[in-house]
Each structure stands twice: as C-alpha cells, then as structure tokens.
Design a binder for this molecule. Structure first.
Ligand SMILES: Cc1cc2nc3c(=O)[nH]c(=O)nc-3n(C[C@H](O)[C@H](O)[C@H](O)COP(=O)(O)OP(=O)(O)OC[C@H]3O[C@@H](n4cnc5c(N)ncnc54)[C@H](O)[C@@H]3O)c2cc1C
Length: 459
C-alpha cells in the first residue's frame, strides 16, 4: 500500500519531488515539540497545481495530508498523522512581487520570514510580524499559526498583514480570497478564517501581505529588577504614559540563569526579572522616549537600566533574549513551550500562579515572553523519558491553562492549538463553541483529510 501511494505520487510530480525512504520520513516525523508521527510519504511541490493534484489524489484515497513549512511549530501542528502524506511547502519559496505603490508583497508560502524582512527593508518598507524563529520559519507556517512575536504589542500579529490568500481546498479546488486591496468586505471574510487555521481548512499556496513604511530608527534598553512585581509595575507605567514600545520582553530569574549559563554575557544573577524594551519610529522623538522609559523603570525600582548607545550594543542586548530557546535545552532535554496569554494587567497574577504551580509539581519552569501584550511563554524543562516528571508536567500544564483562562486569557496567544492543546479547547470555548468550529471544519473538509487530529484532537 505504502509503495503504491509513493508510486502514484511520483507519477503526478516526478521522482525528484517524492520522498519515502525511512531516512527521509524520519526527517519529517517531528516539529518544534517533543511529539513525533510517521508519514507514508513526503512530497515537495513547486506549484499550486501540483499541490491541488496531490490533494485530489489524497481525497480519492482518503489519505491524510499534513502541510509543513519549516517544522518550527510549538503545538504539534506539523507532526504527521500516521500514514499521512506530508506536503513540504519549502520549495514554493519565491517572493513573486514587492509592490511599492500599493505597499504589499505577493509571496509563496515557503518563503522564509526573515528573507521577506530583508527584501522589503532594502526598499524602505516593513513587514512587522517577526516570530523569534523568523530566520527559519516560513510565511505559510506563520499564516497557518497566525504567528506573533515581540512586535505584536505595537504592530499586531500575522492576521493584521494578510490581505488575501490563494488556497487549495480539501476537494483539490483552488480559490482566492481577498487580494491586493486594503479594503474588502465582499461576502464572508474567508481570509481571516483561514489565517490561524493550522492547515486544517486549506493549504495556503500564495499570500498577499500588507507592508508599511520602515521605521526610521530604534532605541533599546534593558532594565533589571530585583523583584518581578517591580518589572510588572514598569510595564504598566510605560504603557500608561502613552508610549507604545515596538517590543517589551520579559525574562524571569530561571530564564536569566539558563541564558547566562549558556552565553556568559554578564546577565545579572541577583534579580527576579529583566525587561528588554525597544521603541521605534522617527529618530527625532526616540531619544526622549527611551529616556522617559528609563526614568519610569528607575521609579519602579529598577536596580540597573542600560540604554544601548549604538546598533552593536542593541544587538548585544537582544542576543540574550534570542538565546533563550537554545539555553533552556541545556538544562533538560525536553522543553514544553506554552504561550498562555492574559490581558496585560494580569501578567503579574499569571506569573505568580505559574511560580506556585512550579513549586507544587516540583518542576523547573522558565518564564519569558512578550509581556507587553500579555503573552508569556512558561517553558517546562523536563525529560520525556522520565514518566513521573512528564505526568507532573501534564498536570502543571493543565493548571497553567486554567489559571490563564480564569484571568480572562486564552490557551494560546500565538503557537496555536495543534495536538498539545486540543484536549483543552472546550475549556476556553465550551462545547457549543467547539461545535461551531467543528461544523466549519466539516463543511470545508467533509472527509477530514486536512491535518486531522489537530485543533480538535482525535475523535
Ligand atoms: C525558537 C523558536 C522561537 C519561536 N518564536 C515564536 C514567536 O516569537 N512567535 C510565534 O508566533 N511563534 C514562535 N515560534 C513557533 C513557530 O516558529 C511559529 O508557529 C511559525 O509560524 C511556524 O512556522 P513553520 O514554517 O515552522 O511552520 P510548521 O511548524 O511547519 O507548521 C506550523 C503549522 O502550519 C501548517 N502549515 C504550514 N505551512 C502551511 C501552508 N502552506 N498551508 C497551510 N498550513 C500550513 C502546518 O500544518 C502546521 O499546522 C517559535 C518556535 C521556535 C522553535
């Protein structure tokens, strides 16, 4: 059966776009989580028509299809269902157009996010969504997860920049929704429905992305706080002063220790939290803004405030934040990265709750993330071969979700539901809310072949 599927796919796309040896399949068996799955074949199409042909074949044979970008997802979205066909979208990686007059880009889904950043910035334009994985993640994966990142506070998330999509449906039909106009209220907003749908409603084969002018300059500072509550106060103080930073990132004491242990860059080990704050915009106002933020941090009790004096110093401040993921895996082999998100004012309460949960379950939980928009990343550092520790981690995760929801928040600010959070979706939406989503899924994918097991779990 497996060989027959591979042969049929080769007939459609040619031998060089189909992979089915055990070694090939192993490379596609995982994503950024600790989960794994075994596909039957991997295809790497180079056009929308090829994607449609593969989907038609899968529909006829009722074979699950798992779209995949760079595989950096943190909820299990690209982990293959057993005996599925993985659609590796990375060969559809052309920036088709950068339209300066209409301030938009037309891209294929396999474009690496940072490549688009570089291309548009060289033309004085800006594509703000910037997940911390942007040097590897693809725009298709960003769209499917509605990726966020540090710039979400000021600039919003991927959804806010997707003007239109070309999508291959579960039937193999190709549709376009939205397009090059900034305004569009024709019929239902299918573009918004598809963004964040985690590959369960359609395969994105082209995207129209809104661009804005590139900010003229940026200023960055780091503030160290002996107590985490002081950092939380500083976040409120900055935002209530009417300043909207381009990034407002928090690292707690556990995270700081892990990063220092990894980078040896002189991070303070005597504080409970550091904030990394960046403002951008017209150069004339930035100096005053960053001084104002530094003063507010000092008023809230910052032990030290370090303002970067040039680009190299700003990059050095960011280096610590960007090293968080590799630093954490030095501590334990398995990292469960959550993204519980609450209204900004509830960040201190969520941090307190997570610290209590860590103590209760005897776990190391590093907390960092985009505190300015209430999006924290509690990372549980565990060892998946230790069944007792994994059971404690599972119970702790459920309590973190409950804490976020009881504070008016959500299970996921940017990583999606995937497999990992599927059992908890009804906690947020209730059975009736989940039922509405299931009806949409059934209408668009009646055979359930598009990324099954994701968002709703296995039925
Ligand atoms: C170190 C690190 C830092 C990260 N930081 C952030 C962050 O700051 N903010 C953030 O939001 N996320 C972050 N992430 C998570 C992840 O990078 C994002 O979710 C990203 O958008 C995934 O892109 P990808 O190309 O790797 O997608 P994949 O992991 O390959 O796939 C993700 C989902 O998209 C679907 N998919 C992929 N391509 C398509 C397509 N063409 N059509 C339909 N569905 C598709 C897949 O089926 C899957 O459900 C981080 C991950 C890591 C490892």
């Amino acid at each position: 059966m497996k060989q027959k599927i591979a042969r049929n796919l080769q007939r459609l796309l040619g031998k060089d776009k189909v992979f089915s040896t055990p070694e090939d399949l192993y490379c596609y068996s995982y994503d950024g989580t600790f989960l794994t799955g075994s596909p039957v074949a991997v295809v790497r199409p180079t056009s929308s028509q090829e994607v449609a042909a593969v989907v038609r074949l899968a529909a006829a044979e009722r074979i699950p299809i798992v779209p995949r970008g760079a595989g950096t997802g943190l909820s299990g979205g690209a982990v293959p269902e057993a005996d599925s066909i993985v659609l590796d979208m990375t060969a559809m990686n052309r920036i088709l157009e950068i339209d300066r007059n209409n301030m938009l880009a037309v891209v294929e889904p396999g474009v690496v996010t940072a490549s688009l950043h570089r291309a548009v910035e060289s033309m004085g334009l800006f594509y703000p969504p910037d997940p911390s994985s942007s040097h590897v993640s693809t725009l298709g994966g960003n769209i499917a997860e509605c990726a966020g990142g540090p710039r979400g506070l000021k600039y919003g998330v991927t959804r806010d920049y997707v003007l239109g999509l070309e999508v291959v449906l579960a039937s193999g039909e190709i549709i376009e929704c939205g397009g090059k106009t900034v305004k569009n209220v024709s019929g239902y907003d299918l573009t918004r429905l598809l963004v964040g749908s985690e590959g369960t409603l359609g395969i994105v084969t082209r995207a129209y992305l809104r661009l804005i002018p590139r900010p003229a300059g940026r200023e960055t500072l780091r503030a160290d706080f002996k107590y985490i509550d002081q950092a939380a106060e500083a976040i409120t103080a900055v935002i209530s002063a009417g300043i909207l930073p381009a990034a407002l990132e928090l690292m707690d004491d556990v995270t700081i220790r892990c990063v220092e242990n990894y980078l040896h860059t002189g991070l303070p080990l005597d504080v409970e939290a550091i904030l990394l704050i960046e403002v951008d915009g017209p150069a004339a106002i930035l100096g005053e803004q960053i001084r104002h933020i530094a003063a507010l941090c000092a008023q809230c009790g910052a032990a030290r405030v370090k303002v970067a004096q040039n680009d190299a110093q700003a990059a050095e401040l960011w280096r610590a934040r960007k090293a968080v993921s590799p630093a954490l895996v030095q501590i334990k082999p398995t990292k469960i990265s959550e993204d519980a998100t609450v209204p900004r004012s509830q960040v201190p309460a969520l941090i307190g709750a997570i610290k209590d949960i860590a103590r209760k379950y005897r776990l190391t939980i590093a907390i960092f993330g985009h505190a300015g928009d209430g999006n924290l990343h509690p990372n549980l550092l565990v060892d998946k071969s230790d069944s007792d520790e994994m059971a404690r981690a599972e119970a702790a995760t459920a309590e973190i979700f409950q804490a976020a929801l009881s504070l008016g928040g959500t299970l996921s600010g940017e990583h999606g539901i995937g497999i990992l959070k599927a059992p908890f979706l009804a906690l947020e939406y209730g059975p009736a809310g989940v039922d509405v989503m299931k009806k949409i899924k059934d209408a668009l994918d009646p055979q359930g072949i598009l990324n099954p097991g994701k968002v709703f779990g296995r039925s």
